[in-house]
Design a protein around this ligand. Structure first.
Ligand code: FAD
Length: 450
């Protein structure tokens, strides 16, 4: 038995830290963890979970409109933001309790306070100085706010989940998935929405067809998406905000949200004392096993800036646990990670974009299909679904699959298994479709796109 107080100390019990702590404890190891604010971390409190609940909440306005074509006469009597936020908060409190019990039942000693690193084997939590054999840093990320006059009047994704009143005029700055999701949420709930992005096209890093389709679809829904422009100053007058744009225009708003990226949380807890290697993006540098430049210190999740998604943080936690607590060296596998954007319509993606695939494989076969979702044949809603399969011409392996349309995340999760297994286009072709679904299009596309 080691002479340290604990075999493992975990800083931060978000998606990654919770999984690592409880799995390590399940082997009989003596594990402690610290959490300074939110049990369950970003995902549970100000990320995936509340965001998806708000997305559900925002859909009802369209659903009620669409119901008419199906024979229903429904009337919207109003929308109560406070009720939705209260219900969402109750659910989050329940999840916080679930996380506490998970750690407790696994035998993890939890310190609900800020942890400060003293040295590679010592951590300060409140008035206790604790020693540990291994140290795992899972402190996550934090929204990046630009430095401009009046930025103190804007909110980030942390605050937007707790707005006291519904912002009837909502401005969101950013072109990434969080900005798009909030533009759709607020629009669905009845706000006038402007989305501002300084780049040429939203969703950088996604497939080009996906980016174009989403931009066109959200504009059709009435989101005023402005690209190639930015806010240079924000003024506040009697509770109303005025955004001044670089193109000389101005927008009056009740709320301005910045979703202009997130950075790894490496400051404010003594990390510098360890002298760890830090990457250009300001993240803790780790190897394939999530080990830092010190051999008893590991880091997982958003603080390592590999791929900032909850299932990835959990996967990294599992690889760490297998490597260090089961004696089964398991490198992290970041290939073919599927992801979704809960924009309206949503996006699902796995594997390479067409642009990446051209670089990696050269000649490609591209299969692309654009159609109106069956539901809207009656409603007449002008909405298009895009499906795209990218195939390496030589091997016929499917190297990327992308979709914009209802249930894209649900559909791509299943497709991702096939892609991960190395399926070829012929494997897709010999799979029988489920009729009538949108997903069957993925096994019936035969003509390559020009
Ligand atoms: P976190 O979950 O952020 O946990 C880190 C924890 O460490 C925090 O609870 C923090 O309080 C604690 N901490 C930090 N410093 C200390 C300290 N010194 N002492 C004690 N505790 C400390 N991902 C998806 O997969 N799907 C989505 O749909 C999705 N939507 C998102 C929407 C939004 C608005 C945001 C912001 C993120 C979203 N994400 C989504 C990303 C996802 O939330 C993160 O990738 C994930 O939470 C990262 O987990 P983590 O364990 O690295 O860190």
């Amino acid at each position: 038995m080691s002479t340290y107080d604990y075999d493992l100390f975990v800083i931060g019990v978000g998606s990654g830290g919770t999984r690592a702590a409880r799995m390590a404890a399940s082997t009989g190891a003596r594990v402690a963890a610290a959490e300074s604010s939110w049990l369950g971390g970003t995902c549970v409190n100000v990320g995936c979970v509340p965001k998806k609940l708000l997305v559900y909440g925002s859909h009802f306005s369209e659903d009620v409109e669409d119901a008419k074509a199906y024979g229903w006469d429904l009337k919207i009597e109003g929308f109560d933001w406070s009720r939705l936020i209260e219900n969402k908060n109750t659910e989050i409190a329940r999840l916080n309790g679930v996380y506490r019990r998970l750690l407790d039942n696994a035998g993890v000693e939890l310190f609900e306070t800020h942890a400060e690193i003293i040295d590679r084997h010592t951590v300060q939590v409140g008035d206790r100085t604790i020693t540990t054999d291994k140290l795992l840093i899972a402190t996550g990320g934090w929204p990046t706010m630009p430095d401009l006059p009046g930025i103190e009047h804007a909110v980030s994704s942390n605050e937007v989940f707790y707005l006291e009143s519904f912002p009837k005029r909502f401005v969101v700055v950013g072109g990434g998935y969080i900005a798009l999701e909030f533009a759709g949420i607020m629009k669905g709930m009845g706000a006038e929405v402007t989305q501002i992005y300084r780049g040429e096209q939203i969703l950088r890093g996604f497939d080009g067809d996906v980016r174009e389709t989403v931009a066109s679809e959200v504009r059709k829904k009435g989101i005023d998406l402005r690209t190639g422009v930015n806010i240079w100053e924000i003024e506040k007058h009697d509770g109303t905000l005025l955004a001044k744009l670089t193109d000389g225009t101005e927008i009056v708003a009740d709320c301005i949200m910045y979703a202009t990226g997130r950075h790894p949380r490496i400051d404010g807890f003594g990390l510098e004392k360890l002298g760890l290697e830090i990457t250009k993006q300001g993240a803790i540098k780790v190897d394939d096993y999530s080990r830092t430049s010190l051999d008893n210190v590991w880091a997982i999740g958003d603080v390592t800036h590999r791929m900032a998604l909850t299932p990835v943080a959990i996967h990294e936690a599992m690889a760490f646990y297998r490597t260090e607590f089961l004696g089964d060296p398991t490198p992290v596998d970041h290939a073919d990670i599927p992801s979704a954007v809960f924009s309206q319509p949503p996006v699902g993606s796995v594997g390479l974009t067409e642009e990446q695939a051209r670089e990696a494989h050269g000649e490609l076969d591209i299969y692309r299909s654009t159609f109106t979702p069956m539901k809207h044949t009656l409603t007449g809603r002008d909405e298009k679904t895009l499906m795209k399969i990218i195939v390496d011409q030589k091997s016929q392996k499917v190297v990327g699959v992308h979709m914009v349309g209802p249930d894209a995340g649900e559909i791509i999760q299943g497709i991702a298994i096939a892609v991960k297994m190395g399926a070829t286009k012929q494997d897709f072709d010999r799979t029988i479709g489920i009729h009538p679904t949108a997903a069957e299009e993925f096994v019936t596309m035969r003509e390559t796109a020009a």
